[in-house]
Design a protein around this ligand. Structure first.
Ligand SMILES: NC(=O)c1ccc[n+]([C@@H]2O[C@H](COP(=O)([O-])OP(=O)(O)OC[C@H]3O[C@@H](n4cnc5c(N)ncnc54)[C@H](O)[C@@H]3O)[C@@H](O)[C@H]2O)c1
Length: 339
């Protein structure tokens, strides 16, 4: 295996799937003294929702709560335990302090303004422990679900959200791999359900895939898109198909690169060099797969093969073998490369 030093910046696409890129090491979106167009805070009257609920304050949920609060939305967040909520809030505070600290050191913000921004953003986030009813009664008209990637958990949550939130409330899921349709059916009001797929780290990644099912109504889609714009991100509209746009193109590409290694005994470094120098990609597919985590790649591909037979998805032999050997990529120290 090849020896590699970890590159300083991960390819954006890796962040679509991977937990390895730390939200705390990256550039932050907090408004500074000279805000960019993306960072400008809309007037509350222009915001498309009155209050945003976030369910799950983990890796993605804390980022979603943060960018919504930074954009001026009052936020109610819930999780299963006080400890999870505290962890989420601590990540937000650290992220905000880092961003404002940078702005202060560049002379873009005074320390007093920085402290005020952190205080005001945190003050917009109200937290409720494991209680969707209380979340619903806080007046949320948009809920973004970011709980663990487990269909049974998400289904039961959407059932409860459909029952307990106001009838006009939009219910959004951040799922990367489940059909939004399954959640919309559970909610009992599919017209108001939409996918809002943010990327990791939320504070940094500019893209959001907004996913319509065949039941999502136009108003729901329009308001979800407006929410994405309000938090300073770029929306793209997607159909409710496996992997939406980014992962649907990215994951099969990675699988083809792995199949090449299986079929032809090609050196992984040659595949990566070819795509870097021949296609202008900042990182080759096998190195990218190591970044994402080979177990993550395997679980996505296996899920697609099972759920969507006949659509050309397959599991490369070398991927199964490496995962069986505990070689999961960067996080375990070895995958296609030795890190
Ligand atoms: N991690 C990524 O790179 C990434 C990128 C895009 C989308 N996603 C999607 O975002 C979602 C969340 O992923 P994550 O990486 O943030 O997971 P995570 O494990 O970091 O966080 C999940 C949080 O949900 C909480 N939770 C679990 N069940 C709950 C319930 N019933 N009610 C309230 N809270 C509950 C957990 O306590 C935890 O804090 C998943 O659907 C995932 O597919 C993840």
């Amino acid at each position: 295996m090849l020896q590699l030093r970890a590159p300083r910046s991960a390819l954006a696409a890796a962040a679509a799937l991977s937990r390895t890129t730390s939200a705390t090491t990256a550039r932050r979106s907090l408004s500074s003294g000279s805000p960019s167009k993306q960072q400008q805070q809309p007037q509350p009257s222009a915001l498309p929702f009155t209050r945003v609920g976030v369910v799950g304050m983990g890796l993605m949920g804390h980022g979603i709560a943060q960018v919504a609060a930074e954009a001026g939305f009052p936020v109610t967040a819930c999780d299963t335990s006080r400890a999870s909520l505290d962890k989420g809030l601590a990540m937000i505070e650290e992220s905000l302090k880092r961003a404002t600290g940078k702005a202060v050191s560049k002379g873009q913000l005074s320390q007093a303004d920085a402290d005020r921004k952190v205080r005001e953003t945190l003050a917009r986030i109200d937290v409720r422990t494991d209680d969707v009813s209380r979340l619903a009664s806080s007046g949320v008209d948009l809920v973004v679900e970011a709980v663990v990637e487990n269909l049974a958990v998400k289904r039961s949550l959407f059932e409860k959200l459909g029952r307990e939130t106001a009838k006009h409330a939009v219910l959004a899921s951040n799922t990367s791999s489940f059909p939004i349709e399954e959640l919309s059916a559970a909610s009992g009001r599919p017209a108001k359900v939409v996918g809002v797929h943010l990327f990791n780290p939320v504070q940094v990644m500019p893209l959001v895939e907004v996913v319509a099912t065949k039941h999502t109504d136009a108003d729901t889609m329009e308001r979800a898109v407006a929410f994405v714009r309000a938090v300073g991100k770029t929306p793209v509209k997607c159909k409710d198909t496996p992997g939406f746009i980014v992962n649907r193109l990215l994951v099969p590409y990675l699988a083809e690169a792995m199949a090449m290694v299986d079929r032809d005994g090609v050196d992984p470094q040659d595949v990566d060099t070819a795509m870097k120098l021949g296609a202008g990609h900042p990182m080759g597919p096998l190195r990218l797969a190591d970044y994402i985590g080979l177990d993550t790649c395997l679980s996505i591909l296996k899920g697609w093969v099972d759920k969507y037979p006949g659509q050309g998805f397959f599991v490369p032999a070398c991927l199964e073998r490496l995962v069986k050997e505990g070689k999961l990529g960067r996080k375990s120290g070895q995958g296609f490369y030795k890190w």
